[in-house]
Ligand binder design. Structure first.
Ligand SMILES: [Zn+2]
Length: 106
């Protein structure tokens, strides 16, 4: 598992910290290493902050993972597998540049 510069799993709330370890296997099955692009400071490839005012990122209840090494169909497959694995306790959102995962029971 890799994290972008200045991205630390320890910035996440305790309930979120185990989640990357759960989804690591899905990434491996698709031939990639899990890469976390944002936790409390989610930014896009140009360094712009991409979370909305209602975002759970600033509170440590969300993180983003990289998908750009796959074509669209495989990104979608990975998204579906993550969603199925995590269940209703987590909200998983498919974005064109990344997959967003947040705690859904607040
Ligand atoms: Zn996000």
């Amino acid at each position: 598992m890799k994290c972008d510069d200045n991205v630390h799993i320890s910035d996440l709330k305790y309930v979120m910290r185990k989640v990357p370890y759960y989804i690591e296997k899905i990434y491996k099955d698709h031939g990639q290493e899990l890469f976390i692009t944002g936790t409390t400071n989610s930014v896009d490839e140009d360094g712009n902050i991409i979370h909305s005012s209602k975002s759970k990122h600033p509170f440590g209840y969300a993180f983003d993972v990289r998908t750009k090494f796959w074509k669209y169909q495989e990104q979608l497959a990975v998204y579906r597998e993550i969603k199925e694995m995590l269940g209703i306790a987590f909200k998983v959102i498919f974005h064109s540049t990344h997959i967003h995962i947040e705690f859904n029971l607040l």
